[in-house]
Write a protein that binds this ligand. Structure first.
Ligand code: COA
Length: 346
């Protein structure tokens, strides 16, 4: 089987991979639209956090056609033993061993880059879930998904919740600020601190903390907003006494699918927890989006089941659980290489 590296300048290959993504999304994901081509291209080439990586694809018979592809993220700042792998095969070409070949190839690339463990994720109960389990991957954390259907929210609800949260946090002395697009220079360092606070969120053992600083936020965190048409909204609570960014929440909207919003990070820094800043920033965000994104109908978020504080804020806002959840896995690279070659020669 021919497996070819995706060249970032090769629009034909990128579009072929995008078509596979669109078809796979239609088959595997009961809820969300696919990524637009602009978002997909940035993700395939850069990942969400701009970790370096490689993308490889299986060309089809016809020019401009692909049967499948994978993206292997190769973090270069921490978690140097890990590679995060997402293989995708066109629904029309499944159960012919392409996924297995992609996994074998990715195991070679991961080993060549000094990686010993794959991380991956699939929707529970999907073909990807079955594929991962047969490959010997160990399930770890599950991430429940919740959706807020804005069409069901009574008028004035977010204003009421915001005002309740504002009274609870008033004694702490906080001021809300907001921005669209990439982080303004003056907040880069403070957004880095908020990202570092995410290291407290539940995750599987074996992962190191991601350590952010201003430069990393500028270069990496905002790459999707710099390179695509995605609209990014941020609301932060600044602590009046110290200027610290006590809390931050971010939502993104892909203009091709303006009815869906994607919740990005929400973080409250440890010294400021317990002041209802999660609810305050999120309710303020929802009031803002009602004006800025009039076509928005639903927002999706994901949380580990053990992240009780975040879940209770989300449920207060009206988020409801949706199936299926995301399942994360770990798979030793060595066993991926041997399991898939054993299966191939069986
Ligand atoms: C996962 C995926 C890449 C598998 O691609 P594929 O080419 O169909 O995989 P293979 O043909 O190599 O399957 C290898 C084995 O996985 C298992 N498997 C794959 N799909 C399965 C399914 N739908 N149900 C049960 N078992 C399945 C089988 O054991 C299969 O061997 P068999 O066909 O000899 O029984 C494809 O289903 C996909 O793109 N899914 C969406 C993206 C995704 O979830 N990626 C995986 C992240 S871990």
């Amino acid at each position: 089987m021919r497996i070819v590296r995706v060249d970032p300048g090769d629009d034909v290959a990128l579009r072929a991979c995008h078509q596979v993504h669109v078809a796979a999304q239609g088959a595997d994901e009961p809820l969300l639209p696919p990524q637009s081509f602009g978002v997909f291209r940035v993700w395939l080439m850069n990942g969400w956090d701009s970790d370096p990586g490689e993308a490889w694809f299986v060309p089809g018979e016809a020019p401009g056609e692909a049967l499948g592809w994978y993206r292997l993220a190769l973090p270069d700042l921490e978690n140097l033993d890990r590679g995060f792998l997402i293989p995708v095969v066109h629904p029309a070409s499944r159960r012919r061993g392409i996924g297995r070949e992609l996994l074998r190839h990715a195991a070679e690339r991961a080993a060549a880059n000094g990686r010993t463990v794959f991380g991956s994720a699939a929707l529970r109960g999907s073909a990807g879930d079955a594929f991962a389990r047969q490959a010997g991957a160990q399930p770890g954390l599950a991430e429940a998904r919740r959706v807020l259907d804005l069409r069901k929210v009574p008028d004035g609800q977010f204003a009421r919740l915001r005002s309740t949260a504002a009274s609870a946090s008033a004694a702490g002395g906080y001021t809300l600020v907001s921005w669209t697009g990439p982080t303004p220079e003056e907040y880069l360092g403070r957004v880095a601190e908020a990202l570092n606070a995410m290291n407290d969120a539940p995750r599987d053992p074996g992962y190191e903390d991601d350590i952010w600083d201003a430069e990393r936020v500028r270069d990496r965190a905002d790459r999707l907003l710099r390179l695509s048409d995605v609209r990014g909204y941020s609301v932060a609570a600044l602590h009046d006494a110290t200027g610290e960014m006590a809390g931050l929440t971010q939502v993104e909207v892909d203009p091709e699918f303006p009815d869906w919003g994607f919740q990005g990070l929400t973080a409250v820094l440890r010294p400021h927890r317990g002041h209802r800043l999660g609810l305050l920033t999120k309710a303020a965000m929802l009031e803002w989006l009602a004006v800025a994104e009039p076509k928005l109908e639903r927002i999706i978020t994901g949380n580990a089941a053990s992240n009780q504080h975040m879940i209770s804020v989300n449920e207060t806002l009206g988020y409801e659980l949706v199936e299926p959840s995301w399942q994360f896995y770990d798979l030793p690279v060595a066993s991926a290489a041997s399991a898939s070659s054993a299966a191939a020669s069986a």
